[in-house]
Design a protein around this ligand. Structure first.
Ligand code: SF4
Length: 442
């Protein structure tokens, strides 16, 4: 009997990547197989993002293509999950009558109930019920595992839709998390990434007897036999406390990389963004990190062109980026998101001004990142192999503990840890080779 085939397209953040691994694991536990092409699938799924309106428009184009496939192949089931589905929960079936099932980030498990139920049409599931982390994963990379430690966010950043699509912060029980880490290690995972919208505020909502701080959780994951590397995303500067920074000094598996979203270098803009920290407070955190972890890689997120951003305010972002010298940065053009406070603000910055500022910012980011990366040249760094190099298939590609991508000559399989002599560095990547001794040992 032909097994049902599914096709899943994922948009957005690492939390969605994590959730999609769980959707795939759940479907394969139900006997589904993954189709290479959307057109070959009986079940067409989308795990959606809602951070930017343009993301919506792009996604709807994909949805309409699925509708066309459904018209040609009666019986095809279309499902949408994730933040966009949650944000249009009241109108999804009316606006998109060819959608059969819709579910929010906290209802992924309902898809299984829906698929095994009598009626395969027009069912929506949106109240937060359980963590997708409880579902079996089908990992994209067998040696790297996501660990969802919490859902939701209690912050109220004025440009962000996440609190309304993913709800308030709910932390997972620490014992449940450690059991999952042990299970991941037994499955071959050696690098664990802790995931949360605001990962370093973990544990505050746990009941008194179970209260665990983020730093405590890191220490307990570090203590699990077989965990070789720990990463986490995304932290908030207001919760980057000294115990978390000290954990980077003390815990062997906790990697030398901290992603610390800045968004803007001007306190006046940070106030309008409701980021709850100032330029000075942010620089104070950076100084503490640099004092205790001079070699730690620091990356960030920056929004350009937030409503009302003046040239002087933008200059403050440039000067802060130059002063800090990040190892990398994700830079975004501000775009209004319906349903957010910032979208109602006046003084929207002209598009061409935003683009021009973004170019100037990227220049500073890349210049400083290239300067910072020179510290690796001449050193031997441990690299976790991910596969063949994307620029030269004869070479290998992997990541250092600093989360720097390395293209190198050497031997090994995905999941192997090897020592690589670094011979060159650019703002984006490092280059090098395994020593003959290392190759012989491999
Ligand atoms: S911290 Fe701010 S930007 Fe991040 S998810 Fe929460 S509300 Fe959104």
């Amino acid at each position: 009997m032909r097994r049902h085939a599914y096709h899943l397209t994922t948009f957005g953040c690492q939390m969605n990547e994590h959730d999609s691994e769980r959707v795939k694991g759940m479907l394969e536990a139900l006997g589904y197989v993954e189709a290479d092409q959307r057109g070959e699938a009986d079940l067409i799924l989308f795990n959606t993002c809602s951070i930017r309106e343009r993301a919506d428009e792009r996604f709807i184009a994909h949805l309409q293509e699925a509708a066309a496939l459904k018209r040609r192949a009666q019986g095809t089931v279309i499902g949408v999950g994730g933040c966009w589905a949650q944000s249009v929960k009241h109108e999804v079936f009316e606006r998109f009558p060819y959608v059969d099932v819709a579910f929010g980030p906290g209802q992924v498990h309902k898809l299984a109930e829906f698929l095994t139920s009598e009626s395969l049409s027009a069912q929506g599931f949106f109240e937060f019920e359980s963590f997708t982390g409880d579902l079996p994963p089908r990992r994209a990379r067998p040696h790297q595992g996501w660990l969802q430690v919490s859902v939701g966010c209690n912050c109220v950043c004025s440009y962000c839709i996440v609190p309304s699509t993913r709800g308030r912060e709910v932390s997972r029980d620490p014992e449940t998390l450690l059991t999952e880490v042990r299970r991941q290690v037994a499955d071959g995972v050696s690098e664990v990434t802790l995931l949360g919208q605001n990962v370093n505020s973990y544990g505050r909502d746990l009941p008194p007897g179970r209260r665990t701080s983020f730093a405590d959780l890191l220490a307990r994951v570090d203590a699990v036999e077989g965990v070789r590397r720990i990463r986490y995303t995304s932290p908030h500067p207001k919760d980057m406390r000294e115990d978390v920074i000290r954990a980077h000094v003390e815990l062997p598996a906790l990697c030398e990389h901290i992603h610390l979203p800045l968004q803007s270098g001007a306190s006046t803009v940070l106030k309008r963004m409701r980021r709850t920290y100032t330029r000075e407070r942010y620089l104070d955190r950076v100084a503490l990190i640099r004092e205790q972890l001079p070699d730690c890689a620091l990356t960030t997120d920056i929004i350009v062109g937030f409503p009302g951003e003046t040239e002087a305010e933008f200059e403050q972002t440039l000067s802060l980026v130059d002063a800090v010298g990040y190892d990398g940065a994700f830079t975004f053009l501000y775009s209004p998101r319906r349903g957010t406070e910032a979208a109602t603000l006046g003084e929207q910055v002209a598009h061409e001004v935003k683009v021009q500022r973004l170019e100037r910012l990227v220049d500073v980011v890349q210049r400083r990142a290239a300067e910072r990366a020179q510290r690796f040249v001449g050193r031997s760094l441990e690299v976790l192999i991910e596969g063949p190099s994307r620029t030269d298939p004869a070479r290998l590609r992997g990541r250092t503990r600093h989360n720097k991508v390395v293209n190198f000559d050497g031997l090994g399989e995905p999941g192997d840890y090897v020592d690589v002599e670094i011979s060159g560095a650019s703002s984006q990547t490092l280059t090098g080779a395994m020593s003959l001794v290392a190759r012989a040992a491999h």
